[in-house]
Design a protein around this ligand. Structure first.
Ligand SMILES: Cc1cc2nc3c(=O)[nH]c(=O)nc-3n(C[C@H](O)[C@H](O)[C@H](O)COP(=O)(O)OP(=O)(O)OC[C@H]3O[C@@H](n4cnc5c(N)ncnc54)[C@H](O)[C@@H]3O)c2cc1C
Length: 386
């Protein structure tokens, strides 16, 4: 079967790119391995800007909770509260959000095939072949939007086995929780809480939460169970109604994300903010930019690597730097012990936390650390080194 563009993966990146390309009259086929959208677990927290970037109107159809504040807890229990716009956002029902994006893509003309895992990807003469259990698709342009274990990336040698750093995550959906404020997202740090990661509590309703953990070098379940046990006001009457696990890419953007006739988009390309593991906004942005470049390249009938590179260059301008800086901040914070993390509460302002986590302005934070006797060398130098 032949088409103009095959998109592997119906996540935020693939659906956004497919919509952008099909809206300009090209034939787009999306192949999704699962039987329904949004099977992969997710904390479902996004900034308000994410919805704008997705070019959809905010709607109760897929937003389950409005967030007005984010609280970051140090190991000693003190917290920094981010109460301005930077802490605000939404908790989505991600399945419904993806259904909404799929509807937009379908309205634009894209065809979506569920339960069609790409099992092999090969290069032909100026086209790519994608094999599924249902048959074989051929197209002059392939978008690999198939997430952290991208078949497209591996089969077409974009990455070497084991080169991608992943943080394993475990999440419970819990009901009958006793939340002080169901419009605040909470993040808990500490070696005894979540080694080399953090615990998140995201309210999805008045008494319902996604509570999850990302850890490295230790099993996640004992830490998450202990966290729940140690927070009785919140969880003593709560029940777990969902257990989900998946990893997140935290090694930054792959060195190469385009080649002749192929683009990697979203988490497949490593386009996730490493410090937070947040990848919905960065993937939707990538989908939009990849889609726009694809349209121009298809119109010009030039699907060479050098033409498609415009997408990678454009993405790099802002998001590439953010992802690199966030990775740098992650490596620095990983080296801190609990005493250091406790001390940070006295040093950092809410905006500093945002700058560090999102990689938005780590130089400003580094300058602040430079003046500090304990952290001057330990942190500032590492943040300022390129
Ligand atoms: C536990 C957890 C919590 C998270 N919480 C948040 C959060 O709160 N906020 C946030 O912004 N980010 C969060 N993330 C990260 C976020 O989920 C991803 O970075 C984001 O969804 C990436 O979008 P994507 O479209 O690139 O890839 P994905 O969303 O991973 O979509 C890839 C799609 O491709 C499909 N696929 C895979 N292989 C194949 C194949 N061979 N053939 C066909 N289809 C295939 C998959 O089924 C999937 O539908 C979380 C991740 C995890 C694991």
């Amino acid at each position: 079967m032949k088409t103009d563009v095959v998109v592997v993966g119906a996540g935020p990146a693939g659906l956004t790119a497919a919509r952008a390309i099909s809206s300009r009259g090209f034939n787009v086929v999306i192949l999704e391995k699962e039987r329904r959208l949004g099977v992969k677990p997710c904390g479902e927290a996004v900034s308000k800007k994410t919805i704008d970037t997705a070019a959809v109107a905010p709607s109760k159809d897929f937003i389950v909770q409005e967030i007005t504040r984010a609280s970051v807890y140090a190991p000693d229990g003190r917290n920094i509260s981010i109460e301005d716009e930077s802490g605000a956002g939404y908790i989505l029902n991600k399945t419904l959000f993806l259904q909404h994006l799929a509807e937009k893509a379908a309205e634009a003309g894209a065809h979506i095939y569920m339960n069609q895992a790409a099992v092999d990807v090969t290069r032909g003469d100026n086209m790519i072949q994608v094999e599924t259990k249902g048959g074989e698709w051929q197209a002059p342009l392939l978008l690999g939007a198939d997430g952290f274990s991208s078949v497209v990336s591996r089969r077409l040698d974009f990455e070497k086995a084991g080169a991608r750093a992943l943080i394993p995550c475990l999440q419970y959906v819990m009901v009958n929780c006793n939340l002080d404020d169901s419009h605040t997202t909470s993040f808990y740090l500490g070696r005894n809480v979540a080694p080399f990661g953090y615990v998140w509590v995201f309210p999805t309703g008045r008494r319902k939460v996604n509570v999850g953990i990302g850890v490295r070098g230790s099993p996640a379940k004992p830490y998450l169970d202990r966290f729940i046990k140690e927070h009785p006001p919140l969880f003593s009457k709560a029940e777990i109604i969902g257990v989900e696990a998946a990893p997140v890419t935290i090694s930054g953007i792959l060195e190469r994300i385009v080649d002749d006739n192929v683009m990697l988009v979203g988490e497949a390309a490593g386009q996730v903010i490493p410090f937070t593991g947040g990848g919905i906004h960065s993937s939707i942005t990538a989908g939009t930019m990849a889609g726009e470049t694809a349209v121009k390249a298809l119109e010009e009938e030039n699907l060479s690597r050098s033409r498609l590179r415009t997408y990678a260059e454009r993405y790099n301008e802002h998001w590439g730097k953010r992802i690199r800086d966030s990775l740098k901040a992650l490596h620095v914070i990983e080296r801190l012990n609990d005493d250091d993390l406790n001390a940070l509460v006295d040093i950092l302002e809410p905006q500093d936390i945002i700058n560090l986590a999102n990689g938005s302005d780590i130089t400003a934070v580094a300058r602040k650390f430079l003046r500090h006797p304990l952290f001057g060398l330990k942190i500032a130098k590492a943040l300022l080194t390129t």
